[in-house]
Design a protein around this ligand. Structure first.
Ligand code: FAD
Length: 334
């Protein structure tokens, strides 16, 4: 491979972070290549376009006063990136050899090929963990009242003044439940054990609310649904199984929020010199997108366990492209 084959920027991942990085990099003349990933089921559904491909209603992304479906929004991101010349490859990056000096990084991809680049932007996201029920995923992807993000979906009209359930027992579940107490008539917190994993402060915050009810020693084994007046399936309840007695019972709810954690897509990076936190999120040591390795940047949910929103991911994608452009310029590689 000659030096002319070395790309200026390669972007890994095609959610809001990856596509925003692609738009900025393309407009700056960096001729980015974006590896959009292949569809897979690990640990939940992962699709080119990212986590928003699993949601029908995005109401909090600025610029869409009437809301927009996730797939529609990601198609627009892609169209905008392609308009400025971003090149798409429908493969995964499976292994990275990062050059400690940051001159030429080599990425090995799922088609058995490799690509070399001066700058690499990692925007592979964090996949929401799901329960793995057929009914759950069907209702989640069709606006049927199942979600993995209360901050994103809790304020939708369909959930207002309704009984809602949150599954999980950690801090994330408590945050989701706390958020939903503003909208729901009752928030049932379903937990498989008889005590929570969440910090005492988070527990107190939630348990002090009048409209929270704990459902201990229970798992969700099915989501029940009925067709609404428009003929679309909406959740009407969940089937619970007692983890001690095995007994099953139905609980009427109009929404289910699955809050059993996220898995950052960093497994393919583990044998590199990048740093990760205990949960596997990519660590960005400063107030920029730069990782510890020159020419390697992180953007979006893969490096952000706190906010995990489309708009914050897009903002981080912008930062990564600007950091890459700046660094390439300083190193005389533009
Ligand atoms: P992602 O969107 O996760 O995209 C990551 C991409 O990387 C994927 O395309 C994947 O295919 C690709 N990829 C992964 N590994 C590889 C690899 N090795 N090689 C190549 N590609 C790879 N946020 C909001 O702001 N508003 C909402 O209404 C909203 N609703 C949501 C509803 C649900 C059900 C869920 C789960 C999330 C929701 N979110 C919402 C959160 C939002 O989806 C995320 O914050 C956002 O998608 C993160 O963007 P990202 O680009 O960092 O990663």
């Amino acid at each position: 491979m000659s030096d002319s084959d070395v790309k200026k920027v390669v972007i890994i991942g095609s959610g809001p972070a990856g596509w925003t990085a692609a738009i900025y990099a393309a407009r700056a003349g960096l001729e980015p290549i974006i590896y959009v990933g292949v569809p897979k089921q690990d640990p939940g559904p992962v699709l080119p376009g990212g986590q928003l491909m699993l949601t029908n209603d995005v109401e909090n992304y600025p610029g869409f006063p009437e809301g927009v479906s996730g797939p529609e929004m990601m198609a627009m991101f892609q169209k905008q990136g392609e308009r400025f010349g971003a090149r798409i490859v429908g493969e995964d990056v499976e292994r990275c050899e990062f050059d400690p000096e940051g001159k030429v990084h080599t990425l090995h991809t799922s088609d058995g090929k490799s690509v070399r680049a001066h700058a690499v932007i990692i925007s592979t996201g964090a996949t929401a963990n799901w329960l793995g029920l057929e009914s759950e995923m069907r209702l989640a992807t069709t606006g049927g009242g199942v979600s993995a993000c209360a901050v994103c979906d809790g304020a939708l009209p369909m959930f207002r003044d309704q009984p809602l359930a949150v599954v999980g027992g950690g801090d994330t579940a408590m945050e989701e439940a706390h958020h939903l107490t503003k909208f729901a008539s009752t928030v049932y917190v379903i937990h498989r054990r008889d005590e929570l994993r969440a910090s005492k402060t988070m527990q107190d915050r939630v348990l002090s609310k009048d409209n929270v009810e704990m459902v201990w020693n229970s798992t969700v084994v099915d989501c029940l649904s009925e067709k609404d007046s428009f003929g679309s399936d909406k959740i009407t309840g969940i089937r619970l199984k007692d983890t001690k007695t095995g007994e099953e019972r139905d609980l009427a709810v109009k929404g289910l929020f699955v809050a059993i954690g996220h898995t950052p897509a960093t497994k393919f990076l583990r044998d590199t010199a990048l740093s990760f936190d205990d949960a596997g999120y990519l660590v960005l040591p400063g107030r920029s997108s730069r990782t510890g390795i020159p020419g390697v940047y992180g953007a979006g949910d893969v490096a952000d366990a706190t906010y995990r929103q489309a708009v914050t991911a897009a903002g981080m994608g912008c930062q990564a492209a600007l950091d890459a452009e700046n660094d390439l310029g300083e190193r005389g590689l533009l």
